[in-house]
Design a protein around this ligand. Sequence first.
Ligand code: GDP
Length: 302
Amino acid sequence: DKFDKGMEKTRKSFSEKINELFAGFREIDEDFFDDLEEVLISADVGFDMTIAISDVLREEMRVRPGRTGEEVKNIIIEKMVEIYEKGEIDLPVINENPNGLTVILFVGVNGVGKTTTIGKYAYKLKNEGKKVLLAAGDTFRAGAIEQLEVWAERVGVDVVTNAAKSDPAALVFDALKKGKADHYDYLLIDTAGRLQNKVNLMKELEKINRIIEREIPGGASETLLVLDATTGQNALIQAKQFKETTNVTGLILTKLDGTAKGGVILAIRQEMEIPVKFVGLGEGLNDLQTFDPEQYIYGLVK
Ligand code: GDP
């Protein structure tokens, strides 16, 4: 399906190397571990995750040596799933406001696919019969407002805009008023991703959050950080930086279709407690999917 297709590049590079590793499989020795670690690192699985998998495998082999290559491969898959899930097996869901308007903030640096993702998510919600309002809160980046307007029209949802360079908090206030008065189910808020100016970013997001909390008891239901999977370990660095400035509740990994670095999801999971909620698998309206960790890991290795 779409997910398998989107994961093609990552899977191809990863499973080719894994299969190469097992092609000449005789026994597990230090050379094998060296090669395995190299394969995992090169797929951007991350250092910690790589060591964790390699440690588990060492222990498994100590307890019961002499396993076949296929058995060893299965252990690797199982351990990846186990480490990823950390005891949680439910699919990641988006929290909703049971009392009315569900507010979702989208954060992330320019170019990661934030606007596109909002468009795709609005489309998904609309198809579920929800009434969706967008707020063009990225008043900083040139063209961001127009781009969101284009998406709104394409999807057939409403959008609240304000002049470029105006105060995004004021715009969010207007959007919240409209969202409540006209009984929308969802308000999706685009924000400016100025990570190069952390203090300003933090202040802006704080101000926006204060206004949401004033209008909606309990505040925003989710703050979703959008990350570009093609940037590999850089995405992990961005995730850490954003977590310092705002209460990120979930991640969206975009452009999984355009990269062999899809292993970065494992690295992010290993280092942070934030779940991946969606993955972007292309530029089309239907190319946003709920993230299924098991499907993802089996897709990596099979
Ligand atoms: P923003 O600056 O974060 O709002 O980024 P945009 O939404 O403008 O997206 C930047 C570019 O990435 C655009 O050309 C999008 O079409 C493209 N893009 C976004 N998501 C995906 C995805 O999942 N896959 C692919 N292949 N391209 C994507």
